[in-house]
Ligand binder design. Structure first.
Ligand code: NAD
Length: 332
């Protein structure tokens, strides 16, 4: 069984090889993400392990089918990169990794949020320049005196809430489906209350195309506290980036930490050397607002625990698909 794994970094390869010991798949790795230009490369492979930002749209899936690929799994929890209706029509049962390490994502969201709250990027930026003067921009409100708002208290939001609770923060949350266990450490309230009462808002809800695009828009940001910090490790489409930039420039929003971007497939794994193409100027503008902005390249998943679980579950999924033509983690 010849298997091609997309979006692979060097650090992941030994972990994938270890996870493969019980299966002995013939593994092949590429840093590339599947797209319309490189889809011909699937020729000769029996199975594909996709990654976030791979393009498994209708046209690409049809090509994959015509080139003889038998199985497709994604080593991600999200699956908005796959046209599931088309996959079903073509006879593919697609499997995902429903959870690989909620604490991996939560820890980056928490660390980014705490860094902005405690003014860490600004402080170290000054000493890096040899400037040891203390100024008002280093003044911070402590986490234990802050209200943290969590939007979405599923697996990742709950872990993030626990981390803030550990800092002594008051944690409030909005989720249309309340999590009983979370009620022990946070208070559920309305979306509007989370927006208006929080010193820091951490977004952990899923993105549903056409349903919650720009749920954090200019009107919502206006209702946040002056100096509030926003953290997005969920999906870029949930937040209006122009509205965030305008509010940061107007000194209303206090900071924005993000692990996700619009047009991600064009961004991730590229080094622009600060020369961004015209359609990515908004990213350049966001970065220029450092140290009020913290921007990471969709890397929250990149931990020992997460990669191990991604590999183990993907191979288990593939094995089930081969043996039973079905899978406990199927999504279509
Ligand atoms: P989950 O399904 O466990 O939790 C999502 C929660 O959001 C659910 O409790 C759901 O009820 C809630 N929700 C749905 N609509 C909402 C709304 N309008 N307002 C508030 N809450 C709402 O998912 P999870 O595993 O916690 O993942 C959350 C998101 O994190 C994913 O959808 C994905 O976009 C993102 N993610 C990012 C990375 C990364 O590397 N940055 C990795 C994994 C997941």
């Amino acid at each position: 069984m010849k298997v091609l794994c997309y979006g692979m970094q060097e650090a992941e390869i030994p972990i994938f090889e270890e996870a493969n010991k019980g299966y002995n798949f013939d593994l092949h790795f590429t840093k590339e993400l599947l797209n319309k230009k490189n889809v011909e490369d699937v020729k000769g492979y029996d199975a594909l392990v996709l990654f976030v930002n791979c393009d498994a749209s209708k046209e690409v899936l049809q090509k994959i089918k015509s080139l003889g690929v038998k199985y497709i799994v994604t080593r991600t929890a999200g699956f908005n990169h796959i046209d599931l209706d088309e996959a079903t029509k073509l006879g593919y049962t697609i499997c995902r990794v429903p959870q690989y390490s909620p604490t991996a994502i939560a820890s980056l969201a928490f660390a980014g949020g705490l860094s902005l709250l405690r003014k860490i990027p600004y402080i170290y930026d000054q000493t890096k320049k040899g400037n040891f003067k203390i100024d008002s921009q280093m003044f911070a409100k402590e986490a234990k005196n802050s209200t943290i708002g969590i939007l979405g208290t599923g697996k990742i939001g709950f872990e993030t809430a626990k981390m803030w609770k550990g800092m002594g923060s008051k944690v409030i949350a909005y989720d249309p489906y309340e999590n009983e266990a979370a009620k022990q450490i946070l208070d559920y309230t309305t979306f509007d209350n989370v927006i208006s009462q929080s010193d820091l808002i951490s977004i952990h809800m899923p993105y549903f195309k056409g349903k919650n695009d720009d749920i954090i828009n200019a009107d919502v940001i206006k209702n946040m506290k002056k100096g509030a910090i926003l953290v997005n490790s969920s999906r870029a489409e949930l937040v209006s980036l122009p509205a965030v930039i305008a509010s940061l420039k107007a000194d209303h929003l206090g900071g924005y930490a993000t692990d996700v971007f619009p047009n991600e497939a064009e961004i991730i794994n590229n080094n622009f050397n600060n020369k961004f193409p015209e359609n990515l100027k908004v990213i350049e503008e966001l970065i220029s607002l450092y140290p009020k902005t913290l921007v990471s390249p969709h890397v929250a998943y990149f931990t020992d625990e997460a990669i191990k679980n991604m590999a183990e579950t993907s191979f288990k999924n593939l094995d089930q698909l081969i043996k039973t033509n079905s899978c406990e983690n199927k999504i279509n």
